[in-house]
Design a protein around this ligand. Structure first.
Ligand SMILES: [Zn+2]
Length: 448
């Protein structure tokens, strides 16, 4: 009788997050994500998109988790749970879930909606039932296992901490989160529930460790909003075009951009396929109502038409929000920079990157190239007008303190970053290899 976890992906690198938890004879898989760097390199697609591919093809370039690592558990899998809608957590579900055809895929309504739209857009099919489960609610999987999704703040709507209730105690999966006390969209993290869960006894916490080496607390989303306001408030934008770009799934940030565009009395337009996808999903669930104030264009023909209209009326009448924050070659911003799209720009126009550069070579290089082209056109660049959706060291400390878990496993990082979380846990009285464990892809850990 025991709990055993298998760290399938996301333990030796950032990305392709996937963890299997075996409770006696039943297995729950949490997240099946893409390694975005390998995926984008292979498909030459954008960071916020998924295109049709085969599992084996993607496995060969290390873009999806290697599910053969739990070959011997295959018939025991009872559910796949997705923590939130980022592609490094759900992007590989379309290619993997068919290996477990009778198993339901459980996630919050927004995450489910994103998964469905990926399947629809790419005409991919999976046999699994997609179950939308409200945040802050539970679903019984079997006699001995219940799954609970607890609302947590992150950079996409309806992210959740996944709690597996077992007869041996609770397993809490905290990928990804920050503890934001002043979010600009949606609720705060459900601290009250986390306190209750702690009282009921947490056997294991699997926690992201991406920024465990970053001292202090991750700034709130309301700070990012303030930073955006500050740029357009302190720089004279009269007569200038403004282009903003961010993660297409960052609905809270997009909401701030719209609010700012309205205060500037500009017409707001969104350009890009992935923006359309993530916003439509949020609107379908009544989380936002952007299309009241904004027109979204996704097809090349209509984008060109609108750009020609903007050229005619003057780009200083518009706030343009588009894809391409990582400098992806095929995204709108790169195509504007390359004069592949008709939008004209003038010297002194503003380009605001409301994002960080994801610190992998491909992105760093792509962004450098893009920025060079924009600067050559005489545009002014504003990078890093952003606050992360991930916690810093003190957010992690707070969560550990709140949950008081018996054991901790760092995840969502390579060893160097996981070691930083280990270091933090040691500060809090944990001991390496006794109750905090460094895993790598394909390892198993048994908790007695
Ligand atoms: Zn995330």
């Amino acid at each position: 009788m025991s709990i055993e976890i298998c760290s399938i992906g996301g333990y030796s690198e950032c990305g392709k997050n996937c963890t299997a938890v075996k409770i006696d004879d039943e297995v729950i898989i949490i997240d099946i994500g893409l390694n975005m760097e390998n995926y984008v390199k292979h498909t030459q697609d954008q960071y916020d998109d998924v295109v049709k591919r085969e599992y084996n093809d993607l496995l060969s370039v290390n873009a999806v988790p290697n599910m053969s690592l739990i070959k011997d558990w295959k018939n025991k899998v009872k559910a796949i749970v997705a923590s939130h809608g980022h592609l490094d957590h759900i992007g590989a579900i379309p290619f993997v879930a068919g290996q477990f055809p009778k198993v339901p895929i459980i996630s919050t309504p927004y995450t489910s909606e994103i998964l469905k739209s990926i399947l629809r857009d790419e005409r991919l099919k999976i046999p699994n039932r997609i179950v939308a489960q409200n945040p802050n609610s539970k679903i019984k999987i079997s006699k001995n296992i219940t799954i609970e999704l607890v609302y947590v703040t992150h950079s996409i709507p309806q992210a959740s901490l996944v709690v597996i209730h077992t007869i041996y105690g609770k397993i809490v999966y905290a990928n990804d989160f920050k503890l934001d006390n002043t979010p600009t969209l949606g609720q705060k993290t459900n601290i009250k529930r986390l306190k209750e869960i702690s009282k009921e006894g947490v056997k294991l916490l699997i926690s992201e460790s991406l920024y465990a080496g970053m001292y202090g607390k991750s700034p709130s989303e309301s700070i990012a909003k303030q930073m955006l306001k500050e740029v357009v408030g302190s720089i004279n934008c009269d007569g200038k075009g403004i282009i903003m770009t961010t993660f297409a799934s960052h609905i809270a940030r997009l909401k701030s951009m719209i609010e700012i565009g309205k205060t500037l009395n500009r017409k707001i337009v969104f350009f890009g396929r992935s923006l359309d996808k993530y916003v439509k999903a949020a609107e379908k669930l009544n989380l936002v109502n952007f299309t009241k104030d904004v027109n979204i264009y996704r097809r090349r023909g209509e984008i060109e038409k609108v750009m020609n209209r903007i050229n005619k009326l003057g780009n200083d009448k518009y706030l343009i929000i588009c894809t391409g924050h990582q400098g992806e070659e095929r995204a709108i911003l790169s195509r504007i920079a390359d004069n592949e799209l008709p939008l004209k720009s003038n010297r002194g126009d503003l380009v605001i990157f409301s994002c960080s550069v994801i610190p992998v070579e491909l992105n760093k290089e792509n962004r450098k190239i893009l920025e060079r082209k924009l600067i050559k056109k005489g545009l002014r660049i504003f990078p890093d007008v952003h606050s992360s959706g991930h916690g810093y060291r003190e957010d992690y400390r707070e969560l550990i303190h709140l949950l008081n878990p018996e054991n901790i496993v760092p995840s969502h990082a390579g060893h160097d970053l996981a070691e930083k979380l280990i270091d933090l846990a040691e500060e809090m009285g944990y001991y390496k290899n006794k109750n905090i464990f460094l895993m790598e892809n394909g390892k198993r850990l048994k908790l007695e």
